[in-house]
Design a protein around this ligand. Structure first.
Ligand code: PGA
Length: 257
């Protein structure tokens, strides 16, 4: 399975700065068959960026979309509108759950809309600090995964990527970081939930990413976790040296294997 490295630029970079970053990434990152590199810029710059990147080198992702295909929903962009533009959409990021009150039911509808529009959703799941302290991690992950996937067939689930992002480890670069030993049991849990729902083979084929303060220094440790197929990178993805370093590490590991 190819390693998947996704750069979530969040609400950073205007058109000019985004274009500058893409130029640098284009120069730094080589076309590599064993690693898929995907950029997730903000909605405004998605279109211009799509014309500037080498599509053999980079895939594109949106950070969010609305589950209804068309209609009177002021301010929203639908999966249908994005289908010719992006390969992936990030769905259920913790920042959307927390700041925009996205519930598991809302996220389920978005996952379904994504698959219906032939876009791979990157479903983000993860527990908050408080949930972790209350030993609720496994229940939270179970609820998030089962609800989000509730309306999918076993063929549709093929398109889904799941990113485990413990909320307490997001953008904490100097602070609390998840250890590989925290993450491996959660990867196992996610695969076992998917296996219960769709069978062993589907669970084996599922692409699982880790996200939370990943840098070029820490990425190898995360990619070495059993069952890890890549990383969802936030803060470090808008620094071209960091992000190309992350891609290089992923490539080196893959070639060693
Ligand atoms: P971070 O963000 O790498 O800045 O922790 C990851 C994410 O939010 O997807």
């Amino acid at each position: 399975m190819k390693t998947l490295i996704v750069g979530n630029w969040k609400m950073h970079l205007n058109t000019h700065d985004a274009s500058l970053l893409v130029k640098r990434l284009n120069d730094q990152i080589k076309t590599q068959r064993s690693v898929d590199v995907v950029l997730a810029p903000n909605m405004l710059v998605l279109q211009p960026i799509s014309l500037e990147i080498d599509r053999r080198k980079f895939g594109l992702a949106a950070q969010n979309a609305y589950s209804v295909d068309e209609g009177a929903y002021t301010g929203e962009v639908s999966f249908t509108m994005l289908r010719d533009l992006v390969d992936y959409v990030i769905v259920g990021h913790s920042e959307r759950r927390i700041y925009f009150n996205e519930s598991n039911d809302v996220i389920r509808d978005k996952i379904q809309a994504s698959v219906r529009n032939e876009i791979s959703p990157i479903l983000c799941v993860g527990e908050t600090k408080q949930e972790k302290l209350q030993h609720e991690t496994r229940r939270v992950i179970h609820d998030q995964v089962t609800t989000a996937l509730a309306n999918l067939t076993s063929e549709e689930i093929d398109k889904v990527v799941i990113a485990y992002e413990p909320v307490w480890a997001i953008s904490t670069f100097q602070g609390e970081q998840a250890k590989p030993s925290d993450i491996e049991p959660i990867f196992e849990l996610i695969r076992s939930i998917v296996s219960d729902l769709y069978g062993h083979q589907v669970a084996e084929n599922l692409r699982l990413l880790y996200g939370g303060s990943v840098t070029s220094d820490t990425v190898s440790g995360y990619l070495k976790i059993r069952g890890c197929n890549g990383a969802l990178v936030g803060g470090a993805s808008i620094n071209y040296k960091e992000f190309s370093g992350i891609v290089e590490q992923a490539y080196a590991l893959k070639n060693k294997a």
